[in-house]
Design a protein around this ligand. Structure first.
Ligand SMILES: NC(=O)c1ccc[n+]([C@@H]2O[C@H](COP(=O)([O-])OP(=O)(O)OC[C@H]3O[C@@H](n4cnc5c(N)ncnc54)[C@H](OP(=O)(O)O)[C@@H]3O)[C@@H](O)[C@H]2O)c1
Length: 260
């Protein structure tokens, strides 16, 4: 029998997609997992399937007070956290012809500000944890400016910078920081996409890959390798080349129908 206490995780966005699949990977190891999302039903199902392992801390993470209360709940129940995976996020596309700043506001609020609230709640708990690890799910979108991605790309670029900067500032405290940069993964979020998703991975494969890599505390987990092999050199090209690539990805407007 192992004398090591089970590792304690907090995972956001655990109700769906990558987060839901990652929750399974974590719980299969016998670890303890605090799970957040706005919808509570899938979180409750997890807690029934893994009795004694799951702490349901549901709520809207764009509300800073809600996140503070989630932090207090975890502190009361566990007193510390060993790994925090900030995965909750959303994506909305922008139509530059009718630029609507409220889309930027909503996406940045969900992907960046909510993550900042979670970092604030998580850090005191991580400081009390064992071999603490802070993980943020960004996106490969940050490698190349893409059409219609003004909101999503800005939010994920901000998230990446926040985590990479935190990595420096937390190093002396022994809190390690990993950024996850998925390519395309088949989830309810990407099911809405109306464009081809090259080299897209099934969600279980993505979750297995992320979880297996986390052990070694890499600075970044970027996948699929083939997608990254194509994207990485493009990200190093001059801005004029990036502009030309982006322009090729802009789809033409739907054909104007003849008026009878
Ligand atoms: N799928 C991809 O191809 C891909 C690629 C790159 C990066 N990513 C990133 O991976 C992460 C997971 O994406 P996914 O594809 O798995 O999407 P998903 O299936 O839509 O899952 C998103 C999760 O975030 C939660 N969430 C969203 N807004 C929230 C809020 N305000 N408060 C609390 N929870 C909230 C959702 O739960 P509720 O709706 O119940 O709140 C859900 O559990 C995101 O950060 C996404 O940007 C995905």
């Amino acid at each position: 029998m192992s004398l090591t206490p089970p590792r304690r995780y907090w995972l956001t966005g655990a109700s769906s997609g990558i987060g839901a699949a990652l929750a399974e990977e974590i719980l299969k190891t016998g670890a303890h997992l605090a799970v957040s999302s706005r919808s509570t039903a899938p979180l409750k199902v997890l807690s029934q399937r893994y009795p004694g392992q799951v702490l349901v801390v549901a709520g809207d993470l764009t509300n800073s007070q809600t996140v503070r209360e989630i932090g207090e709940q975890i502190a009361e129940q566990w007193g510390s956290l060993d790994t925090v995976i900030l995965n909750a996020g959303t994506c909305e596309y922008v139509d530059a012809q009718q630029f609507d700043a409220s889309i930027i506001e909503h996406v940045v609020r969900t992907n960046l500000l909510a993550s900042a609230y979670c970092v604030e709640a998580a850090l005191p708990l991580l400081r009390a944890g064992i071999a603490p690890h802070l993980v943020g799910v960004a996106s490969s979108v940050t490698y190349l400016p893409l059409p219609r991605a003004e909101a999503y790309g800005a939010s994920k670029a901000g998230l990446r910078y926040m985590f990479e900067s935190l990595r420096i500032d937390l190093a002396d405290e022994g809190i390690e920081v990993t950024v996850v940069s998925p390519g395309f993964v088949d989830t309810p979020l990407t099911a809405k996409n109306d464009f081809p998703m090259p080299l897209s991975w099934p969600v279980e494969k993505a979750a297995r890959h992320i979880f297996a890599k986390l052990d070694n505390r890499p600075l970044e987990i970027a996948f699929p390798a083939l997608f990254m092999a194509a994207l990485w050199p493009l990200s190093k090209m001059p801005n004029s080349v990036k502009l030309a690539i982006g322009k090729r990805m802009v789809r033409s407007n739907p054909p104007i129908q003849d008026v009878p």
